[in-house]
Write a protein that binds this ligand. Structure first.
Ligand SMILES: [Zn+2]
Length: 365
């Protein structure tokens, strides 16, 4: 048998190859963990396959649209984003309804009249079956004869006016109030605010001069032992109202939909201390308002929030809760992970070229 004749260089070369293979395998196996360490992210990458409850924070650009799928196959849509995202939203909703095999939305909740929340409503109502609409206590001016003097606010906000006019002829529509919207053995959905019939901008008591953001209901969703809080564009005044109305223990949640696209004037430190979310979701797109505000992100960072996820960065964010009540998060857009194997391969080739050059130059001496 021919004896293998290894030189010192051969040993170095083969050891290097074995070393590189082992490191390469380790990087492939632990790529997520290494990327998380490098990016300081605690993002979860589970695909949602086993969950009877799901909540989608839909990417509608700058605006809100949230789809809730309940275990008894009911769907609730909270807001519809701006008009320009309407087509995209309708196609997303149809895709999800197909997947769930559900043919209608049980409740469409319009939180308040701003166009980034109700801009897509008309499109949704014309294309998707909706059982019932819940609206804030804000009338459009043509409703005066119907409702008389209820003491509710008025608005001429275009998308809202169009939606209400269209819906009042064809849909079952009610004003939402602080009560339980729907509940079963497994879940419960409550409107915690607004507590008043009217929220004025100033002290002039003019029903045409209302602060529409303050009508945004704060909605608590409970599933199993988990709690999710939706806030629309609620202001710090609404947050104070909430804290004064309910026991602190009741307001301790797992997931918070951060109010008003991450505006600095909402989601106060005082509010965060009580709500204590594990995950904060910001529904935000390209905008000129500076959302999400640096001050807000800092407040979240200094609170106990484990991860803050925005639709601007991750696109549609789907959250499920499995049988063990684990929170599962699936993101449409991945974070920029370092392609560690590629970086490593480039380093390896560079080292090999350098070694070869060094060996050649030694031979030439
Ligand atoms: Zn908004």
């Amino acid at each position: 048998m021919k004896k293998l004749n290894f030189t010192k260089e051969d040993y170095i070369r083969y050891s290097l190859i074995v070393f590189v293979c082992v490191v390469y395998l380790l990087i492939q196996i632990f790529n997520n963990q290494i990327s998380m360490l490098l990016f300081k992210s605690s993002r979860i990458e589970n695909e949602i396959t086993q969950s009877d409850f799901e909540i989608d924070f839909i990417d509608v650009g700058q605006g809100d649209s949230i789809l809730i799928r309940l275990p008894d196959d009911k769907l609730i849509l909270v807001d519809t984003g701006p008009e320009k995202s309407s087509k995209k939203l309708i196609s997303y909703l149809k895709k999800r309804m197909n997947k769930f095999d559900i043919n209608k939305i049980s409740y469409l909740i319009l939180t308040h009249p701003d166009s980034d929340h109700v801009g897509g409503s008309l499109g949704v109502l014309k294309n998707i079956k909706v059982d019932k609409i819940l609206r804030p206590k804000i009338l459009i001016n043509s409703e005066t004869s119907k409702y008389g003097n209820l003491g509710y606010g008025y608005t001429s906000s275009e998308n809202y006016v169009e939606t209400i006019k269209y819906a009042s002829k064809k849909f079952d529509m009610e004003f939402f109030d602080t009560n339980t919207l729907i509940k079963s053995k497994e879940y419960k959905i409550d409107f915690l605010t607004p507590n008043k019939d009217v929220y004025f901008s100033n002290n002039n008591n003019d029903l045409n001069d209302i602060n529409t953001n303050e009508y945004s209901p704060i909605i608590m969703i409970e599933y199993g032992g988990r709690k999710i809080l939706l806030t629309g564009d609620a202001t710090d005044k609404t947050e104070k109202e909430l804290l004064s109305l309910y026991e602190k223990e009741m307001l301790d949640v797992d997931i918070l939909k951060v109010s008003h696209h991450g505006s600095k004037s909402s989601t106060s430190e005082e509010f965060l201390k009580v709500v204590k979310p594990e995950y904060a979701i910001i529904s935000v797109g390209k905008n000129s308002y500076g959302h999400p505000a640096y001050e807000l992100l800092k407040r979240l960072d200094e609170s106990n929030v484990k991860d803050t996820l925005s639709t601007k960065k991750y696109k549609t964010i789907k959250i499920g809760i499995d049988d063990n009540l684990e929170i599962l998060i699936s993101l449409e857009s991945e974070i920029e992970r370092i392609d560690l194997p590629l970086v490593f391969t480039i380093c390896l080739i560079s080292i090999a070229i350098l070694c070869k050059k060094q060996i050649n130059s030694k031979k030439n001496i």
